[in-house]
Design a protein around this ligand. Sequence first.
Ligand code: SF4
Length: 193
Amino acid sequence: MAEELRIGVFVCECGINIAGTVDCDGLTEWAKTLPDVVFAIKNRYTCAEPGQQEIKQYIKEENLNRVVVASCTPRMHEPTFRRCCADAGLNPYLFEMANIREQCSWVHSDRKQATQKAKDIVKIAVAKARLLESQKELEVPVTQAALVVGGGIAGIQSSLDLADAGYQVWLVEKEPTIGGLMSYINKTFPTMD
Ligand code: SF4
């Protein structure tokens, strides 16, 4: 039998960073109407300790099996919220992040339109959350070496930087010489070498 989906949506205001442009109360209420969403709540600062505790608390209390946080870029806090899920006993890959700050509140000034866009972003994240499956993390051995393809200036510099960092490097070039376009230039500014 297919698993019953129980999605929780946590909407972050980020102080006025998001709440200044997006109607977070309206967004939270609206999120409750999305398919398989059984719980939605708004936080002032979701990444702060009380916000994280709330995620863990409601995963348990509401028996959530998918979590969506609508806040900032995943580059900032995806690991934070994945840890919250894991701490509450949920596979961290059953978590999805909706970026309603960098991709919405920070780049729009019209509250009505920004709120509508935030709804679209949350709707997409919830749709993705419905398809998520638990994942296992694997550890695989990695050879401490690098292959750089292309012996132009960028390739040469990358190879030198990698070698300086202590890695063995193979630089591959299809032409008989390295240097790329630089080898066609007879002088370079400002040294005129
Ligand atoms: S989770 Fe992101 S958007 Fe929310 S308070 Fe923290 S930094 Fe701001």
